[in-house]
Design a protein around this ligand. Structure first.
Ligand SMILES: *Cc1c(COP(=O)(O)O)cnc(C)c1O
Length: 375
């Protein structure tokens, strides 16, 4: 059997809408992006949303909009995709890592306060694998020290914790529509927020700091524009938006399928003594990634065995602070963040997507259990 790590679920609705854009006059940022932005804001129950070319772009612009300047510090987690902390550096800031909870992989909110200095401007938590961090605690710390909270929501569109959804209470939440995410435009991202000033500024920063984008000038007859701030080239286009619009309505259905598969996995692995992250109470899991944790010394052999049986399992993630660039630039060493390092050494992500069928799920379970028993 051959089971891919991920299969997207782009269907005829998406293809039709993309075709409509391709046969129309306006390919770049325009009415389809506006429509997607309205849908996203409505999905998250936030006031605003801004379409961008990636989550990395959203994180980068959010740092700038939150006032991160050269040498400012942003507190974040070493257990994430490197885009998270890279975006801080792109904005001129310094990522300050805080270790994670050993039983979930999420940033340990208890450790945040003691890393705050005069230079701290923001906290950038990641809702890892689909579970939201303790936003109540993090928002309270942010309020006390007047810091912005920028959420990396690349894994957790569907998540909720303590009645809070991403983007509702923070400076803003950054979404990814990368090829393996729960909805996708191959590459793409967005920023959702209730903060009007942040939404306006990020809309300007996505197009070089230009005061009115082309579609707006066409609509209003404006002949020229000003640039009053340095921006980037991060505007989502109509083709990407058309790919995404029909997927918004499928988020719930696809999530329910992944939730069902995740429950089957959890039951089987609990019965066979395979470790997995704990799941919070009062929370809805986004079910983006399904991790298991095995003995670090055996992990690579177990992963090889699973891969050799045709299953596309991968590692999420190597700890960021131990990458060569981070070691060289910031002097990080092995042992600095023991919980993140332990997870990095023991994690295996299994396939989890709505197109997985029952036979495939059973085969994955059997193979994983065999792999762990044999090593
Ligand atoms: C995928 C991902 C990103 C980056 O998303 P892009 O849209 O590819 O820029 C950032 N953070 C996390 C946690 C991710 O998984």
């Amino acid at each position: 059997m051959k089971i891919e790590f991920y299969k997207h679920n782009v269907g005829s609705g998406e293809i039709k809408l993309v075709e409509k854009v391709l046969r129309s006059l306006f390919l770049t940022t325009g009415s389809y992006v506006d429509e997607l932005e309205r849908s996203l804001a409505s999905y998250f129950k936030t006031k605003y949303s801004v379409g961008l070319t990636s989550c990395t772009a959203a994180l980068h612009l959010a740092c700038i909009a939150a006032g991160v300047k050269s040498g400012d510090e942003v507190i974040t987690t070493p257990m994430s995709f490197v885009a998270t902390s890279n975006s801080i550096i792109m904005a001129g800031g310094i990522p300050v890592f805080v270790d994670v909870e050993g039983n979930t992989g999420n940033i340990n909110a208890e450790l945040i306060e003691k890393t705050i200095t005069k230079k701290t401007r923001a906290i950038m938590p990641v809702h890892l694998y689909g579970q939201m961090v303790d936003m109540k605690k993090i928002l309270a710390i942010a309020k006390k020290y007047k810091l912005a909270v920028i959420e990396d929501t690349a894994h957790s569109l569907e998540a909720k914790r303590d009645g809070i959804r991403p983007g509702q209470k923070s400076f803003g939440s950054c979404l990814s529509f990368y090829a393996t995410k729960s909805i996708t435009s191959a590459e793409g991202g967005a920023f959702v927020t209730n903060d009007k000033k942040a939404a306006k500024l990020i809309t300007k920063l996505r197009s070089h700091g230009i005061t009115s984008e082309l579609a707006q000038r066409v609509r209003t007859g404006l002949k020229t524009y000003d640039v009053d701030v340095l921006g980037w080239k991060y505007n989502m286009d109509n083709v990407q938006a058309a790919l995404l619009i029909p997927q918004i309505n499928k988020i719930g259905q696809q999530w329910r399928t992944r939730e069902r598969i995740a429950r089957i996995y959890r039951k089987a692995f609990e019965e066979t003594g395979i470790n997995m992250p704990d799941e919070y109470k009062n929370s809805k899991h986004g079910r983006h990634i399904f991790p298991i944790w095995v003995a670090p010394k055996k992990r690579d052999k177990i992963l090889d065995y699973i891969n050799n049986k045709g299953i596309g399992a991968v590692i999420n993630y190597p700890a960021i602070h131990l990458f060569t660039y981070y070691r060289k630039r910031f002097g990080y060493k092995t042992g600095t963040f023991p919980q993140a390092e332990k997870i990095a050494a023991s994690e295996i992500s299994l396939p989890l997507y709505s197109r997985l069928n029952e036979k495939e799920v059973s085969y994955i379970i059997k193979t994983v259990v065999d792999a762990v028993r044999k090593h």
